[in-house]
Structure formats: C-alpha cells, structure tokens
Design a protein around this ligand. Structure first.
Ligand SMILES: *Cc1c(COP(=O)(O)O)cnc(C)c1O
Length: 437
C-alpha cells in the first residue's frame, strides 16, 4: 500500500456526512491499488521506454489507469497538528500547490527517473526553468561562462539579466574545448550550454567540459531541450544540472509550455527549492498532466522523428551543398562533430538546420513555398515545422551578434515531425525547387 508519512494512506477518503455518502455511493472502501511507479528500487531497474510510461505513477484508491489530475491550489487537514507538522517539515504531506501538488510530483518523479537524476522540479516554461536554474545559485560577484550559440532567450539571460544583478558573463565558442578552459576565472561558478545548440547544432564535448568544471568546482547547467532524456542524458557525461524546455520533445504535441530542472537531491532541496518555492515559477497541475501523457509516447516519437530527420537530411544534403549552402545535421557525417554526436546522442533528434546561399530572401522563399510543413518557430512537435531564426527566434540580438554565433541570414531550421517521411521529403523537394535551388 502506498502510504504517506507516519504510515497513513496518502489518499484518505474524505470524512463525508451520510448524505454525501449516499450521493457518492461509489465511494465504498476500496483496497488501495498496488502501484510501483513511485518506488525507486523497482522503477530504477526499468528501461527508459518503460519508465516514460510508468515511472512516478501514484494511484488513488480508485485505481485509475491514467494519472489523476489534481486541480487544486490548497489542501485541507483533519486536525490543527497536521499542518503544523507539515510546515515544520516533520510531515511530508502537501500544504499548498506552490510547494507540492500530486500531479506535478508524478511528473517530477518521472522526469528524474528518465534523466537518471536524484531529483527534479518542474517550472511553468523552459525559460522559467533556465532562469530558476541560474538565479537560484548565483549572486553578485559570480562569473558565468556560456555557449555563444544558444536559444535567443537563453542568450538574453546571459547578456542582459545576469549582468543586471552584478553577475559577469563570458560567451565562447562552445565547440572549442580550449575556449572553456581559457574563460575560467577564480569566481566562475557556472558553465551554461545547450548541446546540440539552437539553431546552429553546435555540440559540446560534455565529458571534457563537465569533467573540467568538476575539477574547478564549477556547476554545469545543460539545456537538453533538443534531445530530451530519450536521446541524450548529460549526467552520464558528468553534468550537474540538466534543464529543460519540456514544451518541446517531452510534451511533444505542441499543447502546453513546461520546464524542468534536474539535479542531485541535495542541490535541488538546498539550492533550487528555496528559490522556486518563494518566487513561484511553478508548473500548473493541468500542464503537468498534459506533459505526463506526452512522456508516455516520448520514446516512440523521439526515435521516429530522428529517423525521419535523418531521411530528410540525406535526401537534400547533396542539393544544398551543390548550391553552395551548408548542412548542419548531427546525424550526417558532414557535421564537423559527427563523431561526438555518435558518442553522446542515441539518435540525431528531430531538429536540424541548413544555410542557403541566397540569404534571407531565398530562405523566406522556401518557407513561402511549403505545402505540408508549417512555418512555425516551435520544435519537438509531432508536426513538421520550419522557421527562419534570423527573423524570428534570434531577431532580437542584432545582425552582428547573430553572425558571430553562426545564425546566418540564409539559415532555416526544421523540426521533422511524425508524418510519413516521404511526404516531408516531397514537400522540401518542391519548396527548394520553387526557391531556385
Ligand atoms: C524553446 C527553448 C527554450 C525555452 O523554452 P520555453 O518552454 O519556450 O520557455 C530554451 N532552450 C531551448 C534550447 C529551447 O529550444
């Protein structure tokens, strides 16, 4: 039986008046359903695809198959001593949904298991997760080294938010191992990077960079949005903290925003939680529930979308290169870090970019000719989506900084979805042709 603290069942029947019992006649005492999804000694032995479907599942006394949605902000107590014990930290029961919620807790447990992390806390969006993961551990006088190639808002945190609070930042070419080493100062506290990076698909040699950070007492924060734990688990290469936009592959069907931060139990409890509980970037229970359902198909989607992205990349590579363009695809041997991609990633993932010789005009012409693939700046979705980063996700940073990070005017980024790859290939084929390629 799943029990809460002090041997009490976690889900207790409300002490209803007789009239209420009549109205809800089905509320007979039912034996608690045995559920192993929250028992780490059992779940840990499961393979990732099994964990994605089952880890973290709690069942109420009704034995529901689908995870229950607890749309509640608060909790009630049977006596005054109970909340007193909970607020004192002596009883682990729930007190308020900014602090705990059962649906949210199921998601956190499932993501932690998938990541191979001791603990996870979820946030309202990927950017809430990145902001929380950085600000919770930094203070004035600290220094951060970050990858130059990054999602636009991640770069905004590094370039604008952190310096406002007296935290100095240095951005470097993250594919260059020596650049990490050279940027370290005595007051460097955090390394922050994506691998692969959005939208240049630059990889970071995580074993090297995380190993060096560990020796110097620097915390590595890895934004793993492009892969999800189904395709890459940075902690296996020494990362301390893995942060997510769960909006992307984890949710997978473009419905809700969500974020997650994974780390050691000690780091989450002592460093992240005081910040999160008091500033409140929490994920709503409904959105947590949607992501839970998304995770059930994560393994299938991540693999199939990777296969489709590889097929599309192979079908167009020669044509792009012959036209004088560049492919940025971690699944193709032409990627400068192909060997590293093979080492760190289980598959290439659904997202890749390519640079057209004709600049913005030609890139926009390809987008305007698409018939199946949508023009959209989202990624990780089951639908194939394509965007022009220079005029959308990276429009804010100015042309000079964009050029430095490799976001050229002719760059297009595609998220390859779950459609039949042959249809996506045909659409790309005709769109490239319409743009004179
Ligand atoms: C989308 C994205 C984010 C931001 O996530 P949101 O859920 O949109 O807030 C952060 N990092 C990367 C790499 C992303 O692709």
């Amino acid at each position: 039986m799943r029990v809460g603290v002090a041997g009490k069942p976690l889900y207790r029947r409300h002490n209803c008046a007789p009239a209420c019992r009549v109205a809800t006649g089905s509320l007979q005492p039912v034996p608690m359903k045995k559920t192993t999804g929250m028992d780490r000694s059992v779940t840990k032995g499961w393979r990732k695809a099994t964990q994605a479907v089952r880890a973290g599942t709690w069942r109420s006394e009704h034995g529901e198959t689908s995870e229950a949605l607890f749309l509640t902000s608060g909790y009630t107590y049977e006596d005054a001593a109970t909340p007193a014990a909970r607020f004192a930290g002596e009883d682990a029961g729930m007190t308020y949904s900014r602090l705990q919620n059962p649906t949210v807790a199921m998601l956190e447990e499932r993501i932690a298991m998938l990541e191979g992390a001791e603990a996870c806390r979820v946030q309202a969006s990927g950017m809430a997760a990145m902001t929380t993961a950085l600000l919770c551990q930094l203070q004035a006088g600290d220094h951060v080294v970050a990858a130059r190639a990054a999602f636009g808002s991640c770069r905004w945190l590094v370039d604008n938010l952190l310096p406002k609070f007296g935290i100095e930042t240095t951005v470097i070419d993250s594919a260059d191992n020596d650049a990490w080493d050279k940027a370290v100062r005595p007051e460097t506290k955090v390394f922050f990077f994506e691998s692969p990076a959005n939208p240049t698909l630059d990889l970071v040699d995580m074993e090297f960079v995380c190993g060096m950070a560990k020796e110097a007492g620097i915390t590595t924060v890895v934004d793993n949005a492009f892969c999800s734990p189904a395709l890459q688990r940075p902690m296996e290469f020494g990362a301390d903290v893995v942060a997510y936009s769960a909006t992307k592959l984890m949710e997978g069907q473009g419905r809700v925003l969500a974020g997650a931060v994974c780390g050691s139990e000690e780091w989450i409890n002592e460093v992240l939680l005081p910040f999160q509980r008091n500033t409140g970037p929490n994920l709503a229970p409904f959105n947590a529930w949607v992501v839970l359902k998304g995770l059930e198909t994560l393994d299938l989607r991540a693999r199939r979308q990777s296969e489709n992205a590889l097929a599309l990349g192979q079908s167009m590579e020669d044509r792009i290169i012959r036209a004088g363009g560049t492919m940025l695809h971690p699944g193709l041997p032409s990627h400068p870090q192909y060997a590293l991609a093979q080492k760190q990633m289980d598959a290439c993932g659904p997202i890749f970019s390519f640079i057209l010789p004709g600049g913005r005009e030609q890139a926009h012409a390809v987008l305007d000719a698409l018939e199946l693939v949508d023009i959209s700046n989202n990624i990780g979705d089951a639908k194939s989506l394509m965007c022009h980063p220079a005029s959308t996700t990276h429009a804010n940073m100015g042309e000079e900084e964009r050029a430095k990070m490799g976001v050229h005017e002719g760059m297009l980024r595609i998220n390859v979805g779950l459609e039949d790859a042959r249809d996506v290939i045909a659409d790309m084929d005709q769109a490239l042709g319409a743009a004179g390629l």
